[in-house]
Design a protein around this ligand. Sequence first.
Ligand code: IMP
Ligand code: MG
Length: 181
Amino acid sequence: MNNDIERVLYSESQIQSRIAEIAKQIENDYADKQPVVISVLTGAILFTVDLLEKLDVYTTLDFIDVSSYFGGTESSGRVELVRDLKSDVKGKDILICEDIIDSGRTLQFLVDLLKKRGAKSIKVATMLDKPDGRDEAVTVEADYAGFTVPNEFLVGYGLDYDGFYRNLPYVGILKPAVYSK
Ligand code: IMP
Ligand code: MG
């Protein structure tokens, strides 16, 4: 699997130390709150776990699956709810955990949904932000972002290509030959 990677963008240690910085910010902002952390399946699970274990804050954890990618490297543009939350978010402070914000349509869909359900506050933490991919109709942005990345297709640390590479501890770019397989 590692042999399919052309270039590493962010190493495991770079990622972990950046998450520690973000955790400090979140700790300050949520010192007197008990947020519901909503992890967006499947890509955000590595980031969610690494962030949560560095956070000295009372949190609960829930998962949602909102998908707009169907196995390719380009977003389809449609967003659908694949699996819903277990918790009622009404009146709650929400911290959304994402792997990457690209077009931003997934995030827009989520924020709109949680607002409609009566969330008290909504903030967003993302490991990666790809601002060049942003859809012009999208109005939401991340409150905490690990790294701003170029407009390239990335894998690792939760990000997949066709379901694979999520378990790489770093973020990288695939060799072009992998796509033509
Ligand atoms: P958006 O709705 O276009 O912002 O896309 C968000 C979702 O698309 C992310 O949560 C990822 O699952 C996926 N995605 C976006 N860019 C990449 C990438 O470079 N590699 C792998 N998945 C990506
Ligand atoms: Mg995702």
